[in-house]
Design a protein around this ligand. Structure first.
Ligand SMILES: *Cc1c(COP(=O)(O)O)cnc(C)c1O
Length: 362
């Protein structure tokens, strides 16, 4: 059955945003990050749209790569976690995946197995994120051992920035300096930049950029504004208005009675809630759009419903679509109001919410 909440995915906006990434880093190759079901946009459709337009795609893990290769995608796939277990190595090699190596266990795995086909390796250096990566001081040893293995094909270097999204932070520069020392000592192709790095830190572009969120048209920056950054939203999430109720002054709306009507007023009910991925923490005042007019969410978000203020809305009718985010309501705005980031909003849109793919303009 088709649900009434739907996420329209504009694949031409994805292409446009890729173009923006290329404008920022014209000499770099693009490893488009499409982990987590392409940030909730749909792995296969997004990969098909990028195929032939990027030099590779990045996924988290083998399970995602199985799905993507199974769809017929033949381009370069980098597993950002590398092989999570040594047992995955033969399958990763069969699928022709590039693997991150971020830990001694993974190096030992490559030394211990026999692969029919060598895998390309991206050695991940921890320059300050302190999540995945080896100590820069160990890079020489890792590279010597990796380059001696028949199981290993091409070798590249990568690192990840911790707070490039804060344009006032100098930490990215520090990380790039540390990375640069390893890179210059070894002369290998390298990769450092996430979307924020692509847009704000040209010194971190190196040979390969790894944009994620910007491809989907949201800003990578804290309090950023996608429109002013020339990014176009790819996802528009809408749901229908299913009731208009006249509520009396002084009455309260919804669970917890958090919102009181200041006057007799029309209240709209929209068929979407946190069960579909709309953030439960969105407070009264979070913007929504109906019939081309912005208005406010009022009261608490329920599992499958939200309530909106229709006082100043002209022409609202039952059945009309309400935009939760997309072309007119920035996902960044909703995310900020809800104490989260657009990344999380996109990823949380339920699998049951119909994705409708369009290509509006090239
Ligand atoms: C997710 C991810 C990216 C993309 O980050 P954005 O902020 O979405 O651009 C890049 N590199 C790695 C290692 C990642 O895990």
């Amino acid at each position: 059955m088709i649900r009434s909440a739907r996420a329209r995915i504009d694949l031409s906006a994805l292409r446009h945003n890729l173009g923006v990434a290329r404008e920022h880093a014209p000499d770099a190759k693009v490893m488009a990050i499409i982990k987590a079901d392409a940030y909730g946009h749909g792995l296969i459709k997004v990969a098909e749209t990028l195929d032939g337009h990027v030099e590779g795609v990045g996924l988290s893990c083998l399970a995602e790569a199985e799905v993507l290769r199974g769809s017929g995608f033949n381009g370069r796939i980098l597993l950002l976690h590398g092989a999570e277990q040594t047992q995955e190595l033969p399958r990763a090699s069969e699928l022709g995946l590039d693997l991150v190596v971020h830990h001694m266990e993974q190096l030992k795995g490559l030394e211990d197995v026999r692969l029919d086909k060598p895998v390309n390796v991206w050695l991940k250096i921890d320059t300050g994120m302190h999540r995945l990566g080896i100590n820069p001081d160990h890079s020489r040893d890792f590279l010597t051992r990796l380059s001696g293995l028949d199981n290993v094909g091409e070798i590249r270097l990568m690192t990840h920035l911790a707070d490039a999204d804060d344009i006032n932070s100098h930490y990215a520069k520090t990380q790039v300096q540390i990375f640069d020392e390893v890179v210059s000592a070894n002369g290998l192709e390298s990769s450092c930049a996430n979307s924020a790095g692509v847009m704000a830190h040209p010194e971190c572009h190196f040979e390969w950029i790894r944009p994620g969120i910007m491809l989907y048209g949201a800003s990578p920056f804290h309090l950023g504004n996608a429109v002013s950054e020339n990014l176009r939203p790819v996802m528009s999430l809408t749901a229908p208005l299913i009731a208009i109720n006249q509520i009396r002054k002084g009455e309260t709306i919804g669970y917890g009675r958090t919102w009181t009507c200041p006057e007799n007023m029309p209240v709209g009910v929209v068929a979407i809630g946190y069960g579909d991925g709309y953030p439960r923490h969105a407070p009264s005042g979070t913007p929504v759009m109906i019939n081309r007019q912005r208005t406010d969410l009022i009261g608490r978000v329920s599992m499958d419903l939200i309530t909106i203020d229709l006082r100043n809305v002209r022409g609202a009718e039952i059945g009309m679509p309400v935009e939760l985010w997309g072309e007119h309501i920035g996902a960044d705005e909703v995310a900020h109001a809800s104490g989260t980031i657009a990344y999380e909003l996109f990823c949380h849109v339920g699998a049951h919410v119909t994705r409708e793919y369009v290509f509006t303009k090239s």
